[in-house]
Design a protein around this ligand. Structure first.
Ligand code: LMR
Length: 337
């Protein structure tokens, strides 16, 4: 290079470095809304995901977690996700019916899973994966299943037999299977958003409810329910979902890092769920506000006999083949009750 052009080039470079301010890219924001307390299995897993996403993307993604229906209640959060007002949710599997994906209600079938091993065979098997695929036409991508746990009944009178629920108004999530489950024992189902349950129990709008103990305890429902029965009659867990357009539009490297963060958060969620429910049960017992009852084997069998016919009744909604596939994966045989 001639000396003159060299000087010119050097000058140009110096000028550029003097005046070019490094462009700081704005972080990609993921608003993650949910309806339970931060100290629940879902609340803690959401925080874990936030932290892991920050680490893996080196701050390129900022996850904002909004617990306790701060932003939206059950029904509204689904609409908000589809509209893109939030990017991520983890609704319970009982809340996908209103979206038009009623097959998710298979998880609500009473006594269909003996334990979380049975459940994982389904969530990690073909049924679980094909359920997540059904969300795509709704503009939603399903990322993972997160555990909570098995449900207990609560009310202001003891619950030892199915007859003890007769005539009681019981709050349920928006699931036709849960409606039928409550009818199978003669109670009156009342669909209600999670954020309204405490007050409804306190004022007597409903007589009782069902939930894993972590949800009951963190909402202080045990303070307004005199009896809790450890029936473990059904499962409550979550599907983590994102707005499809948002997800598909992410840069490939960021998406890969978020997928890893979600994998790690799922392992974490499923590891702590049982521990959190055990700790919540201890908390309920310690509070002395609720009498905790563990049904005998025979009493539990009576609930099972009353409720399992719901499976057949709901074949039209969930699909006979899907139910049979779950039986095959878990080894459940309704004729052996
Ligand atoms: C409920 O509404 O009872 C639960 O779905 C709340 C939750 O998200 O765990």
């Amino acid at each position: 290079m001639k000396r003159k052009s060299f000087v010119l080039a050097a000058l140009a470079a110096a000028t550029l470095s003097l005046f070019s301010v490094p462009v700081l890219a704005e972080p990609i924001v993921i608003k993650f809304s949910h309806v339970v307390a931060a100290e629940t299995p879902k609340g803690k897993a959401a925080e874990f995901f936030k932290k892991r996403a920050d680490e893996l993307t080196k701050g390129k993604v900022k996850v904002e977690v909004y617990p306790n229906s701060q932003l939206y209640k059950d029904k509204e959060e689904m609409e908000a996700l589809q509209l893109g007002a939030v990017q991520m949710l983890a609704p319970s599997l009982a809340k996908f019916g209103p979206l038009g994906v009623k097959e998710f209600e298979l998880f609500d079938l009473p006594f269909i899973f003996d334990d979380s091993n049975d459940l994982h065979k389904v969530t990690q098997g073909t049924v679980g994966q094909s359920l997540l695929k059904k969300l795509e036409p709704k503009g939603i991508t399903g990322l993972a299943f997160w555990d909570n746990g098995f449900k207990s009944f609560s009310a202001n009178t003891p619950i030892k037999t199915p007859d003890d629920l007769k005539g009681k108004k019981m709050r349920i999530q928006s699931s036709k299977v849960l409606e039928e489950q409550m009818r199978s024992v003669g109670s009156i189902p009342q669909v209600m958003a999670f954020s309204e349950v405490y007050q409804a129990l306190q004022t007597g709008v409903v007589d009782g409810t069902e939930n894993p103990i972590s949800n009951l305890y963190t909402q202080k429902m045990h303070e307004v329910q005199k009896h809790l029965s450890l029936t473990d009659h059904g499962y409550l867990g979550y599907a983590v979902i994102v707005n499809k357009k948002f997800w598909d539009g992410l840069p490939a490297d960021v998406k890969g890092q978020l997928e890893t963060a979600m994998k790690d958060a799922t392992v974490f969620a499923n590891k702590i769920a049982q521990e959190e429910n055990n700790a919540a049960l201890e908390g309920v017992k310690k509070s002395g506000k609720t009498t905790v009852y563990a049904p005998t084997k025979e009493e539990r069998l009576a609930f099972k006999r009353a409720m399992v016919p719901v499976h057949q009744k709901m074949e039209g909604r969930i699909g006979k083949e899907t139910i049979q596939q779950v039986y095959k994966e878990t080894g459940f045989d309704p004729s052996k009750l």
